[in-house]
Design a protein around this ligand. Structure first.
Ligand code: ADP
Ligand code: MG
Length: 515
């Protein structure tokens, strides 16, 4: 049996772990790092560079260096979350045929799935070098807020990288798993994950080795990138005020500024002051201009105050959904590089009334949890059971554009729920089932996942013909929808999967190109 690896496919950094003698072990990449930048670049000759090497050449190759593909995967260009990040991306995002956000490199449009596949393939090679055998199976983690389309797109990225994705699990669930196998005993934990692109907060109950996600909430537009951006804006505004040059207008200068801002932010987690040093950042009428200044932790915190404020509301929502108060939470687990920022940790204390647990590594616990889960599905670890919840209402559109919810948000998965609907017209010969996801009462305001038709219905007066619509959500969060005519048993079904935007053929073709 081939071994299953656990991959944390992060917006910013990825990490791979494997179960060894029942223990999750993080694997070093070829460069010696325990995490790998989720960055992919194409050089002029069409050669693909992944990870730290890609990050290093970003300043000189900004339009062909792709970072943050996870913010685009399974989304439309029109998605407000995509629109929000577009202005500051040095590479070009284009709309695919179906409106999906793709990336144009040297006039060739590439899907975020393909870009992510290069990162996954790198993680796969890292693991193969370590174990000395071919790896074809993986458990991959995604943010709790990823919808069906994004999960499916992530699975496709795995397939392109030659990996059969045995399961997609939520990142906070994975973090709790890696904590829970070492810290036995019944308890409630909050997983507070602030990474490069997203903020996720989950409340879990651990009872007799069973992990149950009680609630999830978060903000898909809040992460370390936003902290960097706040600092970039502050520095660029300041520079413009004193030199009348807008650094935002120059891709290379902006890239250098971004790197310096992130570096300063990271240093200010352990020091009170740091230097930002960018010689020759611009040319003015009087010659070259340098950006050099000392930045204090207080200045960083002031620039990011609004972002830190935004951490509280999703926590309150998650507590409320889980019917908990902060006092009910036994442990807070910090995940994601941004939780190293002291102001973030202070905010955690304010929100939960206690400091966070010190024993989990914020960069590695998600991948380790994915490796633990690979042991759960492989039968190696039998005492751990995993329950998860769906983060969205799922339903169908009914007369008057109303959303009829079939699976409610926060339902434990896997699950199967059904509802019976009646025809609305006399002698109706078919019904079109339109599947939507979201909390709005008006179906068309929600995200449309797919449509299919159940035909050849028995003719009859309206209301007499009834159709049962059943939704099953598997443990990966992939939705299967089935409609059955009550009485005749005539059925039609659809698996919401092609919605990732790539056809099976495209996945195959891209996969061949990658090997
Ligand atoms: P993701 O899950 O999105 O891949 P990570 O968990 O790797 O992200 O977190 C990446 C973010 O954490 C980046 O914005 C990075 O700048 C930030 N980060 C990493 N180390 C530190 C640190 N010591 N202090 C503050 N921020 C940090
Ligand atoms: Mg992460």
């Amino acid at each position: 049996m081939s071994r299953v690896i656990g991959i944390d496919l992060g917006t910013t950094n990825s990490c791979v772990a494997i179960l060894e003698a029942g223990e999750p072990t993080v694997i070093h990449n070829q460069e010696g790092g325990r995490t790998t930048p989720s960055m992919v670049s194409w050089n002029g000759d069409g050669e693909v560079i992944v990870g730290a090497a890609s990050k290093r050449q970003m300043v000189t190759n900004p339009t062909r260096t792709i970072f943050g593909a996870k913010r685009l995967i399974g989304r439309k260009v029109s998605d407000p979350d995509v629109q929000r990040v577009l202005p500051l991306l040095p590479y070009t995002v284009v709309a695919a045929r179906n409106g999906d956000a793709w990336i144009s490199i040297d006039d060739e449009a590439r899907s975020p799935q393909e870009v992510s596949a290069h990162v996954l393939a790198k993680m796969r090679r890292v693991a193969e070098d370590y174990v000395g055998e071919t790896i074809t199976e993986a458990v991959i983690t995604v943010p709790a807020y990823f919808d069906d389309v994004q999960r499916q797109a992530t699975k496709d990225a795995g397939a392109i990288a030659g990996l059969t994705v045995r399961a997609i699990i939520n990142e906070p669930t994975a973090a709790a798993l890696s904590y829970g196998v070492q810290n036995k005993g019944d308890q409630r934990v909050a997983v507070f994950d602030l990474g490069g692109g997203t903020f996720d907060i989950s409340i879990l109950a651990i009872e007799n080795g069973v992990f149950e996600v009680l609630s999830t909430s978060g903000d898909t537009t809040l992460g370390g990138d936003d902290f960097d951006r706040a600092l970039i804006l502050m520095l660029a505004d300041e520079f413009q005020a004193s030199h009348d040059v807008d650094l935002r207008g120059d891709a290379v200068a902006l890239q250098r500024l971004k790197e310096a801002a992130e570096q300063a932010k990271i240093e200010l987690s352990s020091s009170m002051n740091t230097d930002v040093n960018l010689p020759f950042i611009a040319i003015g009428p009087g010659g070259p201009i340098h950006l050099m200044r000392t930045l204090s932790r207080g200045e960083l915190e002031r620039a990011c105050r609004e972002l830190i404020e935004r951490l509280a509301a999703p926590c309150a929502t998650a507590l409320e959904l889980a019917r908990c108060t902060p006092a009910d939470i036994d442990q807070v687990l910090l995940v994601g590089g941004m939780t190293r920022m002291p102001a973030v940790q202070d905010r955690v204390i304010e929100i939960f009334g206690k400091p966070a647990h010190k024993g989990v590594n914020p960069d590695e616990s998600v991948a380790m949890g994915a490796a633990v889960h690979s042991g759960v599905i492989g039968g190696e670890l039998q005492e751990v059971v995993l329950l998860d919840v769906t983060p969205h209402d799922l339903g169908v559109k009914v007369a008057g554009d109303r959303m009829s919810v079939i699976i409610k948000t926060n339902t434990s998965i896997p699950t199967r729920e059904s509802k019976v609907f009646a025809t609305t017209e006399d002698n109706q010969t078919f019904v079109a089932i339109e599947v939507y996801q979201g909390a709005h009462a008006q179906a068309s305001k929600n995200r449309r996942l797919g449509r299919f038709v159940l035909g050849d219905l028995r003719p009859g007066p309206r209301g007499a013909t009834r159709v049962e619509v059943a939704f099953s959500l598997d443990a990966d969060g992939i939705l299967h929808v089935e409609a059955t005519e009550v009485g005749t048993g005539r059925a039609a079904s659809v698996t919401i999967e092609a919605a990732s935007g790539l056809s099976a053929d495209e996945v195959l073709r891209l996969g061949e190109g990658l090997r």
